[in-house]
Design a protein around this ligand. Structure first.
Ligand code: AMP
Ligand code: TRP
Length: 330
């Protein structure tokens, strides 16, 4: 990015989990796509983070490429933002080490994602999983990013990054701006059972690339406001995960139709879901088509990755020169 770019820098990341779902889309990617023209945007596929839980090395490259493809298909136009893979810029790991020396151990021990994931993988709890938020802080600070758009589940990590930022600045002198969170209208989408957040590991998701029939059938059995046992029981839209999806995918007109109909029992849940399915399919069909088109151009995707890494390496090196000097190792 040229030095004369006065736009604020945005940074965010997504794990190459092998599957992007509509929670990732509404909570993160779609908001990112709206920021491309007003901010200097950097988006990263965080492969080093993905190594903190058990995985198959032979599948990782495919997962990384796929994450990039899906994000591009979902609106991250590579000509209007920088897209890259975390491990292609070794400075992330270097800065993570240095920031680790400023990171309060007690705070890390309180992270709910660490507690959840170490519970899920009891026999493989590693130091990387514990210091995951330190690497995330390094991702952000390496580019002196000021705005970080994430879903609600990452708020605690971002708050931690802000704390590490303050700790570094006060020990070594003002270096990094304190990154601010940015949330869209849907901060947290629940899974199809309506209880836990939508996530790949809980198998309660609608994939962003799901076919229309799959979207309709998954919605048919999805949980709604538990108060609506019978067709003529009125409900509370704010307690219904289908309403959250309408917020993400439907027009203002359809949204008020759904809210009014739910409160007065004027419509049934099935009707409400059918309208949602139509709207979701309308929005996601072009994403699926774009995905196929990018997938047929592997050289272009390779080129996007390479260009992104080159831009980020240069920016990262600039920051690291300053950091190494400030901490006294140059
Ligand atoms: P991850 O797949 O965990 O790397 O998440 C990528 C982005 O999607 C992060 O900004 C998350 O906060 C967001 N995200 C993941 N799951 C959800 C969800 N169920 N609802 C809203 N945002 C989500
Ligand atoms: N931890 C984030 C997640 O799982 C991904 C991530 C890594 C990230 N580094 C980041 C998000 C920096 C924002 C900024 O969703």
């Amino acid at each position: 990015m040229p030095q004369s770019d006065h736009r604020k820098t945005v940074f965010s990341g997504i794990q190459p989990s092998g599957l992007v779902h509509i929670g990732n889309y509404l909570g993160a990617i779609r908001n990112w796509a709206t920021m491309l023209d007003d901010y200097d945007c950097i988006f990263c596929v965080v492969d080093l983070h993905a190594m903190t839980v058990p995985y198959e090395p032979g599948e990782m490259m495919q997962r990384i490429r796929d994450a990039l493809l899906v994000n591009m298909a979902a609106g991250l136009d590579p000509e209007r933002c920088t897209l890259f893979v975390q491990s292609h810029v070794p400075e992330h790991a270097e800065l993570a080490w240095i920031l680790g020396t400023c990171a309060p151990f007690g705070e890390l021990a309180r992270m709910t994602q660490f507690k959840e994931k170490s519970e899920q993988h009891r026999d493989q709890v590693n130091c990387g999983l514990f210091s995951y938020p330190v690497l995330m802080a390094a991702d952000i600070l390496l580019y002196k990013a000021e705005v970080v758009p994430v879903g609600e589940d990452q708020s605690q990590h971002l708050e931690f990054a802000r704390e590490v930022c303050r700790a570094f600045n006060s020990r070594f002198g003002e270096t990094f701006p304190e990154p601010q969170p940015y949330h869209g209208p849907v901060m947290r989408l629940l899974g199809l059972e309506g209880k836990a957040k939508m996530s790949k590991s809980l198998n309660n998701y609608i994939a962003l690339l799901a076919e229309p029939e799959e979207i309709s059938s998954l919605l048919q059995t999805a949980a709604t406001d538990p108060a609506r046992v019978r067709r003529n029981d009125p409900g509370t839209p704010q307690l219904c995960n289908i309403h959250t999806m309408h917020l993400g995918f439907s027009s203002a007109e359809d949204l008020s139709w759904c809210e009014e109909g739910c409160r007065t029992a004027g419509i049934g849940c099935l009707e409400c879901k059918e309208r949602l399915a139509q709207n979701m399919i309308r929005e996601l069909t072009p994403v699926r088509e774009k995905y196929r088109s990018y997938a047929s151009k592997p050289d272009y995707v390779e080129d996007v990755m390479r260009r992104g890494a080159a831009v980020c390496r240069e920016r990262a090196e600039r920051t690291m020169e300053e950091v190494r000097r400030k901490v006294g190792i140059r």
